[in-house]
Design a protein around this ligand. Structure first.
Ligand SMILES: *Cc1c(COP(=O)(O)O)cnc(C)c1O
Length: 361
């Protein structure tokens, strides 16, 4: 008898990732506000560059992502040698777990933290450890209290998804100061562009040898379908991650699109500006309807209803009006709906529908 075929420990504990829905029966073109995508579409300069790159599809792409790393470094004032590009920042998160956490190690994240942290930790055989938040805000003291001699990684999205709240620089410093020697802090900056004046943690990376920042082209740059993200960290970490990165992980088309997007500073700046205005309007409009909402630092808002039943009813009503939002039940927020900030006319539709919903209750 041979041993049965079975996956490594931890793998079967992974619940499949649930993406934002994109279809409603009976609505040919629903308004999709469920995945924090850019409501203005893909960066047009990226689309043009990708079109030009198509005819080079018989060529293997560069293995070192040199031109893209150079563009990111130039635009954001980073050191190109300490950037690693991945198939979305999800892949960089996975590299980090693969390189630094295994059986017996702990990967720390918070109560409402992004779902990929747990998935990547389990995929590597490590133990995911969740610490509570305080009213939808990460509490640094609680996080520090969760550190043990087994903690190898802490994942913290700032601004956070799905809460849209964020920690200040002083809190991040305190957390980084408290890290045990064997522990890396990963600041997931998927929404950093939307938090005015925030560098995503880049300065913290510069000053320490145990902090890594991840960023993505999926949100502000409108390229979620292209799958490009990157990590920025100490040289020893980036060199380690590069050993496990596939040599051709990013296609030539993806590299061309992302490079054009990062160089087109005006387009993304305008998207961020409109998002800030519309986010304030959506937040104010929800509160006026009696729907509680924390201040958002991202491109979505978290609407809080009286209870799960009311959130379900609101979700169903929005769907009946052709609007898809996200019910973040698996994030421990069953009484909430996460609504991506849309174009002005989209947000009018959301507020109008919720006003009718509240009026009919
Ligand atoms: C969207 C998102 C990401 C980005 O994932 P990609 O793989 O880069 O598309 C990362 N972290 C958080 C918290 C997110 O919401």
């Amino acid at each position: 008898m041979t041993a049965p075929i079975r996956p490594q420990p931890g793998i079967l504990d992974i619940a499949l990732y649930q993406g934002g829905a994109s279809k409603i029966e009976g609505h040919a073109e629903p308004l999709k506000l469920s995945s924090n995508e850019n409501p203005f579409g893909a960066c047009p300069a990226a689309v043009e560059a990708m079109g030009a790159a198509l005819s080079e599809s018989h060529r293997y792409p560069p293995t070192d992502h040199g031109p893209l790393r150079a563009a990111i470094a130039e635009v954001y004032g980073l050191d190109a040698e300490r950037i690693i590009c991945g198939v979305g920042s999800d892949e960089v998160i996975h590299f980090l777990c693969q390189a630094y956490a295994g059986p017996g190690d702990e990967v720390l994240y918070t109560e409402h933290g992004f779902g990929m942290y747990r998935i990547s930790a389990l995929a590597c055989g490590a133990t995911p450890v969740q610490v509570p938040e305080a009213e939808r805000r990460v509490d640094v003291e609680t996080l520090i209290g969760g550190l043990t001699e087994k903690t190898r990684l802490i994942f913290l999205a700032n601004p956070a998804n799905p809460t849209a709240t964020m920690l200040e620089r002083g809190d991040l410093d305190r957390l980084a100061d408290a890290l045990p020697d064997q522990c890396l802090l990963v600041l997931d900056g998927a929404y950093a562009e939307f938090a005015e004046g925030y560098d995503g943690g880049a300065a913290l990376v510069e000053n320490r040898d145990n902090v890594v920042m991840t960023r993505t082209f999926s949100k502000a740059y409108g390229l979620g379908g292209l799958r490009v993200g990157y990590g920025y960290g100490p040289q020893h970490v980036i060199d380690t991650l590069n050993r496990i990165r596939g040599p051709f992980n990013l296609s030539g088309i993806a590299l061309a699109g992302a490079e054009a997007a990062v160089r087109d500073r005006d387009w993304v700046a305008e998207c961020i500006r409109v998002n800030a205005d519309e986010r304030a309007r959506l937040t104010g409009g929800l509160r006026q309807l009696g729907i509680a909402c924390d201040e958002s630092f991202a491109n979505f808002v978290l609407a809080r209803f009286a209870d799960e039943a009311e959130a379900d009813a609101a979700d169903a009503y929005l769907k009946s009006q052709g609007i898809i939002v996200r019910a973040p039940k698996s994030y421990g927020l069953p009484h909430c709906l996460r609504i991506t900030v849309g174009r002005p006319e989209d947000n009018d539709r959301v507020l109008g529908a919720l006003a009718s919903f509240k009026g009919a209750e």
